[in-house]
Write a protein that binds this ligand. Structure first.
Ligand code: ZN
Length: 321
């Protein structure tokens, strides 16, 4: 599979554009120290700065934990990206057109379709948030539920929690009005088509938990009902799609990855709200396999960050299994 190969001249062009001090200062505030810059290391816990950035050599180096390298390496270390992921991230950040090896028309079409699924998912997350914070229904039902659970506003915003209105097609209507194609709503499972060919919103009258991938893009949703009606499932999740594969996703990984690496441990909990409650108490190295039994792909994802997992499951039958 040739897609994803990035030519060297592009990498050189990218590195030429990046000022290592400016880049790293965006993550860790740097202080001038002679010809170099210093900060407390973002990769290990320390009180006196041993993390140094050299603008002349265009590198960073930590004399505490030994991490060091160029701008691409920094992004790999900090964001836990692979080499091509880091290049793509930097290309986007510095607005340089990425020149990948030519894809076949079929590959290109698939990439475009997947990109559309990402875009409509990000848009839907915004829609649900707007409903939560601005609509009367969202505030009265959704926001008051989160407040009852004791979730702080900053945490609700950090996890982009939202509310999907009770209507049959509030999201569909708004999406069409904004020019989205219905096929992408269906493919991401935001809408459902019934036997008679009529479409309606999958998540109705639910508080919404967007699920982010490793690089922070929204790929799916979990929606929790606030009704006591036993015939209504408590949680509804996005179905599998080209961008959402349940077995390869861990809820919270995007918000946890830096902390998992830094603490060299990953807490594994059962649900969305567990992850959020941990964050609220200041523990950030936590993810959830949410709804599925733990898979080897999920363990591999954690393995990029640490070898240590602490499992915190309920003592009921499902948790033990
Ligand atoms: Zn260090």
């Amino acid at each position: 599979h040739m897609a994803g190969l990035i030519p060297q001249h592009f990498i050189d062009q990218l590195l030429n554009r990046i000022d290592v001090v400016d880049l790293i200062d965006g993550y860790v505030p740097l202080k001038k120290a002679g010809a170099n810059y210093k900060a407390c290391c973002p990769f290990h816990n320390e009180k006196t700065p041993s993390f140094t950035v050299s603008p002349s050599k265009e590198i960073y180096k930590c004399f505490g934990c030994g991490k060091g390298g160029d701008s691409v390496r920094f992004v790999m270390d900090h964001e836990k990206y692979s080499y091509p992921e880091a290049l793509k991230y930097l290309a986007q950040k510095y607005q340089i057109e990425i020149a990948e090896v030519e894809n076949t028309p079929e590959e290109q079409a698939n990439n475009n379709r997947r990109e559309s699924l990402y875009i409509v998912s990000a848009w839907a997350a915004k829609f649900f948030q707007q409903q939560l914070w601005e609509s009367e229904e969202g505030k009265a039902i959704g926001l008051s539920y989160f407040k009852e659970r004791g979730f702080r506003d900053d945490i609700v915003k950090k996890f982009e929690l939202g509310y999907s209105p009770e209507d049959w097609d509030a999201l569909i209507q708004k999406a069409i009005q904004e020019g989205f194609k219905e096929e992408f709503l269906e493919e991401t499972g935001l809408s459902v088509r019934n036997d008679k060919g009529k479409t309606y919103d999958r998540f109705r009258g639910r508080v919404m938990f967007p699920i982010h991938n490793f690089t922070g893009r929204v790929i799916g949703f979990g929606g929790r009902t606030l009704k006591n009606d036993k015939s209504v499932p408590k949680y509804v999740n996005s179905p599998e799609s080209d961008i959402y594969h349940k077995s390869k996703v861990l809820y919270g990984i995007y918000h946890a990855k830096q902390s998992i690496a830094k603490e060299d441990n990953c807490y594994l909990v059962e649900g969305y709200t567990d992850v959020i409650q941990f964050h609220q108490t200041g523990i950030h190295n936590v993810v959830s396999s949410s709804g599925t039994a733990l898979t080897s792909e999920q363990i591999r994802l954690i393995n990029r960050l640490t070898k240590n997992i602490t499992v915190l499951f309920d003592g009921d039958a499902a948790g033990i299994r």
